[in-house]
Ligand binder design. Structure first.
Ligand code: C2E
Ligand code: CA
Ligand code: CA
Length: 719
């Protein structure tokens, strides 16, 4: 047994036989442990003399075991470390291993070379023997490792210091374990605050700088509750800076040991971004503005013509034309709404129509306003376009617009794409032609485009041109039809009826008068005809103050504010007594919302001009309203007179009309009297005047005198 082993066994107690056997076994084990320990073991006496050593110690110091024992420890170690161990001397006996301490010292081998060693010492306080037990470990292996770490650490810290990010590392308990200069600069934290123990002060300083300290703090606390979390957020500082805050767990061997906080000042980036965002928003708004200006009807918010055209063109280019229907809608008499109630009401009506249209046709491809009072609906794959048109017309219900009840009506033209339809524009043109056909047919209805409409339109356009020319060239003549008075048995009145021979063809007034009305030439034509009539009959009128001239007046003429003045001037110019002029107007002029026609008629009547309600009984005749109208007489429509066939029939409507008129103090003229039976029947009812082919057809001025005489003779003979 080697001396060290013996030495280390010295303190073992003598025990009983079986226990002894066990103890002997144990002693062998401990001796092996000491002999084979990789650590050098040295026993020192209180003077520092080595009293025992193990083979590892001998190897470490480059000596034999024998030369080691008896050496002073000072020969092995460069520094005296014993004072570091003196405190151990005070340790209670029997507990040598409880009080150990570790020191790093320089050590010397026998050949004079040195090495770094780590010594762990324990005080030995066995009976009678003091001293130290040293466990020596060479740190040579660690030196290479340390250099590595130092290099890595310096590289790391160089990196950390050069990064633009402020970094701070806290361990799991919130103790600061590292930071870089950038962090201190960024948060303006004095370095002394960034030392362990002063973290709360440092954090408080950072929190204070936040624009929202409460949120800042809450967030940090929240993050701390989730050690595994990786977080990213933006912190706004009071001084206007924007800080990007990133944090991630710090791990050692997969275990979270702390958290690395990295802060980046993104104020410049943020500012650039904000400027870019603002520019983008401005651009987007501008683009939206442009887009909506280009594609939206600003009054109604509907799509505009461009959208309609584009969509229709696109459908055509996709070969979808046979799937397409176009409804062109134009409000009837929209101009009146503007004229009577003002443009604001007109605009409101258009807006309401737009809403009605879009809600009536939610499936329409496009509902657009083309301009004015013209709307267009684009339908694709519609099974029943007529039904759609009917639905749209039915949706035109009375509306309250700025306190006025307005009953909008519309005319609709429908055109459906066919394989031979050339392009989108052609389809729209066809819808337009169909819409005009609907207008001509009496408005408030729809018409589907028919190729014959083209012909009609061309005809009409040609006729319009000729009409304008005829008006300008005063190509119209007057035919006068005598009106007899059963009371006097004479002709008391002549009605002037316009005549137009166009290119050798007699055009009936029922064709050209409406055309003159729709083209607006009626004003001039009407006055021209009146002047011609007055001039043509001036002699006849001058000869007998009891006779008069009846002139037909269109409702459109009465819209002119100067109508009454113009008529009175004309009468004067022609040296005719206003009392010898009778104006024939139809009831429709009184149903118009505007009161100008009534005012004009009142003014004329005040000057002696008489007014006759023509075609009475047709249209919306209201006997009840008669007493309020500025009229002197009724002219019962031919259709009622034609009901008298034998003269024995009972015609209650005709009878009551005449009675009612008389009760209201109005005189009654019956027109279209063609038979003796009719003459007798009307005579019996007390009609004041009779007009019809029975007495005379309308005659040119030159043939009027004999016609007048003939009419009177007929009346006398048949009455
Ligand atoms: P109206 O004012 O009802 O004129 C009477 C129409 O009845 C005239 O037709 C006349 O020729 C026709 N007539 C007269 N007696 C008889 C009869 O016994 N039997 C039949 N079947 N017809 C008879 P005309 O001349 O074709 O005029 C048609 C309409 O044209 C007129 O209806 C009137 O509304 C309008 N018109 C004619 N001249 C003028 C005018 O100068 N200005 C305006 N605004 N309208 C006019
Ligand atoms: Ca008439
Ligand atoms: Ca009539």
């Amino acid at each position: 047994m080697r001396p060290i082993t013996l030495y280390f066994l010295a303190g073992v107690k003598i025990m009983g036989a079986s226990k002894r056997r066990r103890t002997a076994k144990h002693t062998t084990f401990v001796a092996d442990l000491v002999a084979e320990s990789p650590n050098g073991l040295l026993a020192l006496d209180p003077d520092g003399i080595i009293t025992a050593a193990n083979p590892s110690a001998a190897r470490m110091f480059g000596r034999s075991l024998d030369s080691l024992v008896g050496q002073h420890q000072g020969a092995l170690f460069l520094q005296d470390f014993t004072h570091d161990l003196t405190a151990l001397a005070e340790a209670p006996p029997g507990m040598p291993s409880a009080k150990t301490t570790v020191v790093e010292v320089g050590a010397l081998r026998a050949d004079g070379s040195g090495f770094q060693a780590e010594i762990a010492g324990a005080v030995r306080k066995t009976k009678g023997q003091g001293g130290l037990i040293l466990s020596v470990r060479s740190l040579e292996h660690r030196q290479a490792w340390d250099t590595e770490i130092r290099r890595a650490t310096s590289l790391l810290s160089a990196t950390l210091e050069s990064t633009a990010d402020g970094l701070a590392v806290f361990d799991i308990n919130g103790t600061l374990t590292g930071m870089n200069q950038r962090f201190l600069d960024m948060w303006q934290v004095p370095r002394e605050l960034m030392s362990p123990g002063r973290e709360p002060e440092a954090i408080a300083l950072a929190v204070e700088q936040s624009a929202d300290p409460q949120a800042f703090l809450t967030r940090i606390i929240e993050i701390q509750k989730h050690p595994e979390a990786i977080t990213d957020d933006i912190v706004l500082l009071m001084d206007g800076r924007t800080i990007e805050r990133h944090s991630r767990p710090q791990r050692v061997d997969g275990q979270v040991v702390g958290r690395v906080w990295s802060f980046r000042d993104i104020t410049p980036r943020r500012k650039t971004e904000e400027a870019a965002e603002a520019a983008m928003a401005k651009l987007a708004a501008h683009a939206h503005e442009l887009r909506s200006r280009a594609y939206q009807d600003s009054l109604t918010g509907l799509a505009n013509r461009a959208v309609f055209n584009e969509t229709l063109n696109q459908l055509f280019s996709q070969g979808e034309q046979e799937n397409v229907d176009v409804l062109l809608l134009d409000l009837d008499n929209f101009k009146d709404v503007n004229d009577l109630f003002g443009h604001q009401s007109g605009d409101e009506l258009l807006r309401k129509i737009a809403v009605q249209l879009s809600s009536t046709l939610p499936d329409a491809e496009v509902v657009a306003r083309l301009g004015g009072d013209e709307f267009v609906v684009l339908l694709t794959g519609c099974a029943d376009v007529d039904a759609v048109a009917i639905r749209v017309l039915a949706s035109m219900i009375p509306l309250s617009i700025q306190g006025n009840a307005i009953n909008p009506q519309a005319s609709i033209g429908i055109a459906s794409g066919r394989s031979e339809t050339a392009d989108a524009q052609e389809l729209l043109r066809e819808a337009d032609i169909a819409m005009y056909a609907a207008k001509r047919a009496g408005r408030n209805r729809y018409r589907r485009f028919q190729p014959t409409m083209m012909e009609q339109l061309i005809q009409q356009t040609r006729q319009e041109t000729r009409l304008r020319k005829a008006v300008a060239g005063q190509e119209f003549t007057i035919a006068y039809q005598p009106i007899v008075s059963p009371l006097t048995g004479t002709v008391t009145q002549c009605e002037a009826l316009a005549r137009w021979v166009d290119d050798g063809l007699h055009i009936p007034p029922l064709d050209f008068i409406p055309l003159a009305e729709s083209t607006g030439v009626i004003e001039q034509l009407g006055m021209d005809l009146m002047r011609q009539s007055l001039q043509g009959l001036s002699v006849w009128l001058a000869a007998d103050a009891g006779v008069s001239l009846a002139v037909n007046v269109s409702g459109a003429q009465l819209h002119n504010q100067d109508f009454a003045d113009n008529v009175l001037r004309l009468v004067k110019d022609c040296s005719v007594n206003p009392a010898q002029l009778v104006l024939e107007v139809t009831e429709s002029v009184f149903f118009e919302a505007t009161c100008n026609p009534i005012q004009q008629l009142i003014r004329l009547r005040e000057s002696g001009v008489r007014v006759v309600l023509d075609d009475f009984g047709t249209g919306y005749s209201s006997l009840g309203r008669l007493q309020d109208l500025p009229v002197d007489a009724l002219k019962i429509d031919r259709s009622f007179v034609s009901m008298i066939i034998t003269g024995d029939e009972h015609l209650p409507i005709l009878t009551s009309m005449i009675h009612m008129a008389h009760n209201l103090g109005l005189s009654v003229t019956a027109e279209g009297v063609e038979t003796q039976a009719q003459l007798r029947y009307l005579n019996a009812l007390g009609c004041e005047a009779l007009q019809g082919y029975l007495f005379s057809r309308p005659q040119p001025a030159l043939e009027l005198d004999p016609a007048i005489a003939e009419a009177a003779r007929t009346l006398t003979a048949l009455s």
